[in-house]
Design a protein around this ligand. Sequence first.
Ligand code: URA
Length: 237
Amino acid sequence: MEVRLQKFLADAGVASRRKAEELILAGKIQVNGVTVTELGTKVDNETDEVYYNGKRVKGAGKHVYIMLNKPEGFVTTVKDQFDRPTVMDLIKGVKERVVPVGRLDYDTSGLLLLTNDGELTYKLTHPSKQVEKTYIAKLFGRPDENNIREFSYGVKIDTGLTQPAKLEILEDLGKYCVCKITITEGKNRQVRKMCDAIKHPVATLKRVGTGNIELGDLKKGAYRYLTDREVAYLKSL
Ligand code: URA
């Protein structure tokens, strides 16, 4: 099937469509041995040989959308520089070249989406996209009404004031509290930093929802394919 070169690159997970356009314009892409700098160029996603950085880019084939329940102790990356276990080790049965959509920290567990749909990855991780992400956090101590109000205005962390967020106490365990936290951004270690800022640091953190997609009872370390309905919902965001 013939597709535009930038779509071919985005579908193959090389970059977002916009970044792929930049790569083409910069003369970084070769098709059948010839450098292509024309944005409208079409390629056959089965027969044409597309190269980036001297490596063949394989057509993505069909798009797949996966939800993984990431355990603690895995890095959200395709290859870790320190050779630690990565989330890719947990989806060995998937032959498509999927990549994680956003990131969960090494010590955070829960819902992680992976896909080879570069367009959707770009859309969902773009800062302008305010998709709610919901976490269950065990915090030291018990946040009070002021802390809850602070969350609702936004909390000052090292990168500035966060967007308004929600903090709800689910259970008081004495030394700890189980809380539901909802944020709309994806800044580095954001929930941990927000909880540090209100002096109730995170003991454990698990993501349980992205928009209305829920982790449900998926076992730790297991993955499943998203339903057509879930995929349609993500595309509609
Ligand atoms: N916030 C964090 O602090 N860590 C994560 O992994 C996700 C959100």
